[in-house]
Write a protein that binds this ligand. Structure first.
Ligand SMILES: C[S@@+](CC[C@H](N)C(=O)[O-])C[C@H]1O[C@@H](n2cnc3c(N)ncnc32)[C@H](O)[C@@H]1O
Length: 282
């Protein structure tokens, strides 16, 4: 018996609900749209029509993956970040809404100015690409230690038409940088190694370990970046770092110890410490 699109959607939604998935309706719709390769409005217009068996098969496979703990963004290979569609692969962190505060803070600082910035640990390129998209005169050098992540970031930069203003460099943290920058921005790996096992399956099972593992106390990347940041920033340049909710005191102390001034911590909408900003003297 051939089911219509509405009934196929409902079957998936019910399976997700029974599995305790919170956003069952949204997830089921996004997975059906992906399986049928169509926009929301087209799906609604097809509700009463028979759904092709190949679509049903893809959809039920996607529903099973979701029930096994795979995020929708991983299944469809795409994530929206600050209004931009970004392609993602198993080699990159699934960009988080939390990181939008980091980008918004940089954009507020770089209003109307022609800046040269670096994005350390660029992953999918979420930070670099969204800043370049919103600041058409800005230029960027983006680094990552993962060649596969840099390929994905390059693809996103190309898709969003900013590839001519970004240079992607392979290497550890600041090591590949040449010259000086007005702004250094980074969302580095900052989970302590022992707490990775306690993360939700959506995270520990699907984000690359390289994107999560911040060493034994979660602070290895901050140590490396803050120790060298003064050598790559212009006088009076700024640094913006995403931090874990319980890392404000430790990263503030590292920033001050490295010689940064005006160290400030911003909270996200959930009230958690999320972004540290500071100014290099001069
Ligand atoms: C938390 S993810 C952030 C990705 C992206 N910037 C974002 O916000 O969605 C951290 C990134 O740092 C990269 N990374 C890990 N160790 C690194 C190192 N030693 N040098 C440069 N990048 C590194 C990882 O490959 C990963 O892409």
């Amino acid at each position: 018996m051939t089911l219509n699109w509405r009934a196929v959607f409902e079957d998936g939604r019910r399976q997700l609900l029974d599995a305790g998935i919170e956003d069952a309706s949204l997830d089921a719709r996004l997975l059906l749209q992906h399986s049928g390769n169509m926009e929301h409005s087209r799906l609604i217009s097809l509700w009463p029509d028979p759904c092709p068996s190949a679509v049903v098969e893809n959809y039920l496979t996607a529903i099973a993956r979701r029930i096994a703990g795979e995020p929708v963004s991983r299944i469809i290979g795409q994530r929206e970040f600050l209004g931009l569609d970004l392609a993602i692969s198993p080699d990159v962190l699934d960009p988080r809404a939390d990181t939008e505060l980091l980008v918004e803070t940089v954009l507020a600082k770089a209003r109307g100015s022609k800046i040269r910035f670096c994005d350390i640990g660029t992953g999918s390129g979420a930070i670099a690409v969204s800043i370049l998209k919103h600041r058409p005169e800005a230029e960027c050098v983006a680094t990552d230690i993962s060649p596969a992540a840099l390929e994905m970031a390059k693809r996103n930069a190309e898709y969003h038409g900013v590839l001519d203003r970004v240079e992607f460099c392979l290497g550890s943290y600041l090591q590949p940088l040449r010259g000086r920058f007005d702004i250094l921005v980074s969302n580095p790996p900052y989970i302590s190694r022992e707490s990775i096992a306690q993360l939700a399956i959506e995270v520990r099972g699907h984000d690359p370990l390289l994107a999560l593992d911040g060493g034994s106390d979660g602070l290895d990347a901050y140590r490396a970046i803050l120790a060298g940041a003064g050598d790559v920033l212009v006088k009076g340049g700024s640094i913006f770092l995403e931090i874990g909710f319980d890392q404000a005191a430790a990263v503030t102390s590292l920033a001050e110890g490295a010689g940064f001034l005006q160290v400030e911590v911003l909270k996200d909408i959930a009230g958690h410490d999320r972004v540290l900003s500071a100014r290099w003297p001069g």
